[in-house]
Design a protein around this ligand. Structure first.
Ligand SMILES: [Zn+2]
Length: 77
């Protein structure tokens, strides 16, 4: 099962609707991050971004980040 997890504080998004919303917002987050000179690591900034500075990244059920492979497939075309 896939879910999203903050790479700093460990906050998890497991609800499929929340995950869909996160991916819908991803392009806007990436654009605003790059505009500020930040290379985005994940799909979205964490809900606690001000405190933890983390980003929400996709993980499998056993906690492996699959973001890189996913991103490669999406962006390398
Ligand atoms: Zn966090």
């Amino acid at each position: 099962m896939k879910k999203l997890r903050c790479d700093r504080c460990g906050l998890e998004l497991t609800d499929i609707d929340e995950i869909d919303i996160a991916f819908e917002g991803m392009a806007a987050w990436h654009a605003s991050a790059r505009a500020r000179g930040i290379e985005p690591r994940g799909v979205l900034p964490c809900k606690h971004y001000i405190r933890c500075g983390g980003e929400i990244r996709p993980v499998t059920g056993d906690g492996v980040f699959w973001w890189r492979r996913w991103a490669t497939g999406l962006f390398s075309r």
